[in-house]
Ligand binder design. Structure first.
Ligand code: PLP
Length: 392
């Protein structure tokens, strides 16, 4: 059914033919009363699921306490969130800049490393081919996917793209000594859910140190616990210099963060965001972090992710998948040539399960961290049945 008003929405997304009206945990309902298991989870943003009571309580309380104060004034939720994040992340004496989205967090990263690099004669930022960093102009320029950039060229030309996992190519790109930073997603999300090799991530750290460049990570999709650690790069035991967070941090409200050591921080007047870190989204993010800690959700993310990958590998009809990839609850299932990931997602939809695609050949699951083993089984069954239908 076409929703009244829908035609007035700019069609930047090819939408699935479902209107969602209500949610609880991993369950959502459409406007005709059908229910679905939500393995999209707000494209990775819905860390606690729909309408988690602690999230709802925190948002309700914050909204009743004070409105937006702008960043001209301090507020308790923002200060507490900054201190909590600073305590959870492995960076030394970090400072947090709050914003509203992944692209905005990445814009902050890019601006910060350029501020650091320009006086040092370092104007280049090295990013990965196939990467995705957002749709605003600098984040788009950083994105290593030419079809997304080309319609908007000329575009910032200070990005140098190297193939992911290729140490020699990275060495070559660092060689001229003009790079301010290497900037990458430890698990490349939109590019097909590609977890970078842990040894490669350690090499990147070592090469950045050797060549005097910063190591910045886009943890927008993979961070805030999605891969079983507060930062996905912690799987490699690597500490980055600069971090961008968003998505899961806000638990469904717009919230992004740029985290950097104190000496790298912006000075007053160099960067800003009217809505960034307002009392309501800050209270929401605090509820997210507290609930993850209190309920041991990082362990659940790791355990359910393993179960999911093992069960998909075991139950997917023979010949339908090329690869099962992921860390924690950021997972991609690459379909065999001749199968379109979109068709699989549509077949899942008709079976009552929501999934997304990451590129043309990968079905992606980014469910809430609260997922249970029974829900994993349900998702695996929907995927396997959908694969069987599309392949036949
Ligand atoms: N960076 C990564 C790794 C992402 O996956 C995304 C979104 O998918 C972004 C940045 C952009 O985030 P947003 O859509 O919140 O601007």
């Amino acid at each position: 059914m076409t929703l009244p008003g829908e035609a007035s929405v700019m069609t930047t997304y090819a939408r699935y033919p479902v209107t969602l009206v209500r949610g609880e945990g991993l369950r959502v309902w459409d406007d005709e009363g059908r229910t679905y298991l939500d393995m999209v989870g707000g494209l990775g943003a819905l860390s606690l699921g729909h309408c988690h009571p602690d999230f709802v309580r925190a948002v309700d309380r914050a909204a009743r306490t004070i409105g937006l104060t702008s960043n001209l004034f301090a507020t308790p939720p923002q200060a507490k969130l900054a201190a909590t994040l600073a305590g959870l992340l492995p960076l030394e004496d970090p400072r947090v800049f709050f914003c509203n989205s992944g692209a905005e967090a990445n814009e902050g990263v890019i601006k910060l490393v350029r501020k650091w690099g320009l006086p040092r004669g370092r104007h280049v930022i090295i990013t990965l081919e196939g990467s995705f960093h957002g749709r605003t102009m600098a984040a788009l320029a950083a994105t290593g996917q030419p079809p997304k950039r080309e319609p908007f060229e000329p575009i910032h030309d200070w990005f140098r793209y190297v193939p992911p996992g290729d140490v020699e190519a990275l060495k070559g790109a660092l060689e001229p000594g003009d790079a301010a930073a290497v900037f990458l997603e430890p698990v490349m999300g939109e590019g097909g859910v590609i977890p970078l090799d842990l040894g490669y991530l350690r090499e990147v750290r070592a090469l950045c140190d050797e060549h005097g460049a910063l190591f910045a990570v886009d943890e927008v999709q993979a961070g805030t616990g999605r891969c079983g650690h507060w930062l996905s790069i912690s799987s490699a035991d690597v500490v980055p210099d600069v971090v961008a967070l968003a998505k899961a941090l806000g638990g469904g409200l717009p919230m992004g963060a740029l985290v950097a050591p104190a000496p790298l921080s912006f000075a007053p007047g160099e960067h800003a965001s009217t809505f960034g870190g307002g009392p309501v989204p800050s209270a929401a993010a605090l509820a997210v972090l507290d609930t993850i800690e209190r309920d041991g959700l990082l362990a659940n993310v790791a355990a359910m992710g393993e179960l999911l990958r093992a069960e998909v590998a075991r139950l997917a009809p023979a010949g339908t998948l090329v690869e099962v990839r992921g860390r924690g609850l950021l997972n991609g299932f690459q379909v065999a040539p001749g199968i379109a990931a979109h068709d699989v997602v549509m077949a899942m939809l008709s079976r009552g399960a929501l999934a997304s695609t990451a590129g043309p050949d990968t079905v992606r699951f980014t469910p809430p961290y609260t997922i249970t083993a029974a829900e994993v089984d349900e998702a695996v069954k929907a995927l396997s049945d959908a694969l069987g239908e599309v392949a036949s």
